[in-house]
Design a protein around this ligand. Structure first.
Ligand code: NAP
Length: 448
């Protein structure tokens, strides 16, 4: 095959954009279409990173630079597997790299989990980040709330729930999110970790940030501040874990301060049921004990916490894509060094995966670069055996989408919407205010 590779990357989040960047640097004649089901690029950075994390959102600047490359074309508002089947796009590309990430909530199989007032963190994150596909209104009526999990998403959700709406006014949150948070009567947010402080998954900076709101007192409950041999070994081995534990111990030892809202951190409390008959009225947890190696077992001691809302932040899950292999247990696409394998373990020619759909929803944004490197190295090693595209003119796929009535958005369209959002923020001294309804996003992109 000649080196003017035509590649589609599905997913315009960091994983997909890093893959396109690495590919075009390694194969200068290659051209890449980055396809996304959303009308906008940037995936989880725009719709997963919390609005009060502007430093992480800054990664967009580097990704923007990549998308400015004329060899890379953004095609938004195209749901791969829904609007167009994978086999429909195959004739236009030599290879397809799936980078659709993970944006669903992992299930928690406990009684009462489906009661009104019991939510997945991913849905809440989508709401406060102004995702076009979730309802505009979020029921923030609880004064006491439980958050399950001890990862960075749990910390994000607990922090956004506990902070006052006006503290977020300097961010890009849409007006409906500000109004929703402003009406919230919350006084107490309880975060429950099923294991001990030596097993937390969150990172030191994100933990310390919980304590930065002048309106929120962080309370570490001493009952669960326990460590076994496994915990001590883990703390010795990982500096970031030691920093988290030091912070927790300092907070645990300090005198309480009088602040309007409290964020309680509980360790060794595993969720066993969401309580209530027609809506969430509480959370039952079972006290755990450490077994020596950092694992836990139940003690048979149960506590009922009076809360009117429960958020589970126990990890993300990828969505399967129609007609592509998917392992429902790991929630990933089976692969070998990024080469997608079918259910018999055979390679699917020309199909690759990268990012969270490949390795699962773990790791920080920068980690996806290493992943993309592996996948693109595999793709380039296969270049001579790839099933060559039949329609090689980049205009052909757009003609096809037009003919199929798929109203796609473009990079120029994103720049129009970007300018519009920045303009919305300007009179209020804000960097941007997001547009939320999908049709509005599309219309503004198209200059309608
Ligand atoms: P995570 O880091 O895997 O944390 C999941 C948490 O849920 C763990 O504490 C886990 O406890 C707990 N959990 C799992 N199953 C449970 C169950 N059945 N009952 C109770 N607890 C349960 O996942 P995440 O918080 O969704 O984050 C995903 C990735 O995104 C992470 O790499 C994270 O660092 C990253 N992220 C980063 C930022 C940031 O940099 N600011 C923000 C958000 C997310 P066990 O350890 O006991 O399993």
């Amino acid at each position: 095959m000649d080196r003017s590779l035509r590649v589609a990357v599905v997913g315009a989040g960091p994983a997909g954009i890093y893959a396109a960047d690495i590919l075009t640097k390694a194969a200068p004649a290659a051209t890449v279409d980055i396809i996304d089901r959303l009308p906008t690029p940037y995936g989880l950075i725009r719709y997963g990173v919390a609005p009060d994390h502007p430093r992480i959102k800054e990664i967009i600047t580097a990704l923007h630079h990549v998308l400015e490359d004329p060899r890379i074309r953004f095609i938004g508002n195209v749901d791969y597997g829904v609007d167009v089947k994978p086999e429909e796009l195959t004739p236009f590309y030599d290879a397809v790299v799936v980078a659709t990430g993970a944006d669903k909530d992992r299930e928690l199989d406990i009684p009462g989990i489906d009661l009104p007032g019991s939510h997945g963190a991913a849905d809440f994150v989508s709401w406060y980040d102004g995702h076009p596909d979730v309802p505009r209104e979020w029921p923030l009526t609880a004064s006491k709330v439980a958050v399950i999990g001890a990862g960075n998403v749990a910390v994000d959700v607990a922090r956004i729930l506990a902070k006052t709406a006006d503290e977020l006014l300097e961010t890009e949150i849409p007006d409906n999110v500000h109004r929703g948070l402003l009406a919230s009567p919350v006084t107490d947010v309880h975060l429950f970790s099923r294991r001990g402080p030596g097993q937390v998954k969150f990172t030191p900076m994100e933990l310390r940030e919980l304590d930065e709101s002048p309106n929120v007192e962080v309370v570490v409950h001493p009952e669960g501040m326990e460590f076994d041999e496994g915990s001590l070994a883990a703390i010795r081995a990982r500096r970031s874990l030691k920093m988290c534990v030091d912070t927790l111990q300092n907070w645990c030892a300090r005198d309480p301060r009088d602040r309007p809202r409290r964020l309680h951190l509980h360790f060794l409390q595993a969720p066993v049921a969401v309580l209530g008959s027609s809506r969430t009225e509480g959370l039952r947890t079972e006290t755990q004990e450490l077994t020596g190696d950092g694992s836990v077992r139940g003690t048979g001691v149960f506590t009922d916490w009076e809360v009117q809302a429960v958020y589970r932040a126990i990890g993300y899950l990828s969505r399967p894509i129609a007609d592509l292999p998917f392992d429902p247990v790991t929630g990933t696409i089976p692969h070998e060094a990024g080469r997608v394998l079918d259910l018999d373990g055979e390679r699917v020619p020309g199909l690759y995966a990268t990012g969270w759909i490949k390795r699962g929803p773990v790791g920080l944004i920068g980690h996806t670069k290493k992943d993309a490197n592996e996948t693109i190295t595999s793709l380039l090693a296969d270049v001579d055996t790839l099933p060559a595209a039949i329609h090689r003119d980049p205009a052909d796929v757009l003609t096809y989408l037009d003919r199929r009535g798929v109203g796609y958005t473009t990079w120029d369209g994103w720049k129009r919407l970007d300018d519009h959002e920045v303009g919305l923020g300007r009179p209020h001294g804000r960097k941007r205010v997001k547009v939320v309804p999908r049709q509005d996003m599309i219309d503004i992109s198209r200059g309608i």
